[in-house]
Design a protein around this ligand. Structure first.
Ligand code: HEM
Length: 147
């Protein structure tokens, strides 16, 4: 019971952290003019990473670790499968930003100035993720109630 509650709380906290981080990263990318703005981008991106890890670990544990309704319930739930489909789209949208931030971070560490010209595209990709995450919440609420 304690584990079940803890996982549910952590899963919901990931939502709070994740939505804030996506919004923050979008704003930081839109304001990015030179490398002085990179700290804000990396800061928001770090929190998004924390949220993603929490979502994946607690979500998979709840779905397949036998702490909630059992794998059969979720694997036959249309709303769960839709939620996972939306998550895959979010991950695909995240590929380009992820690869670019890894490159920017590594260039900054080596004392080089990264090319920031893709910031507007990365901002757009980031904000496209927001409605998908909100839709995931709708699917999650429905799936938890037997839809
Ligand atoms: C690998 C990714 C994920 C998996 C496997 C997963 C799985 C689950 C599971 C098994 C539950 C419990 C449902 C129940 O009570 O029967 C749940 C609840 C929930 N999930 Fe996820 N989840 C994932 C990612 C996400 C993401 C990215 C979001 C938000 C955008 C999210 C939002 C929610 C919410 C809000 C609930 C609570 C629903 C409620 O009790 O009303 N999940 N999730």
């Amino acid at each position: 019971m304690f584990l079940r509650l803890t996982l549910a709380i952590a899963h919901l906290l990931a939502l709070a952290i994740g939505l804030g981080a996506v919004w923050g990263r979008w704003r930081a990318l839109r304001r990015l003019r030179d490398i002085t703005g990179l700290d804000a981008v990396f800061h928001a991106d770090n929190w998004y990473g924390v949220a993603a890890l929490l979502w994946i670990i607690t979500g998979l544990w709840r779905a397949f670790g036998g702490v909630e309704k059992g794998s059969d319930y979720y694997l036959t739930s249309h709303t769960f499968l839709t939620k996972m489909g939306l998550f895959v789209i979010v991950l695909l949208l995240e590929l380009r930003p992820m690869v670019t931030f890894i490159r920017w971070r590594s260039q900054m560490k080596k004392g080089r100035t990264p090319d920031l010209s893709s910031a507007p595209l990365l901002a757009r990709l980031t904000i496209y993720e927001l409605p998908l995450l909100v839709l995931m919440v709708c699917m999650a609420a429905a799936m938890a109630r037997g839809w």
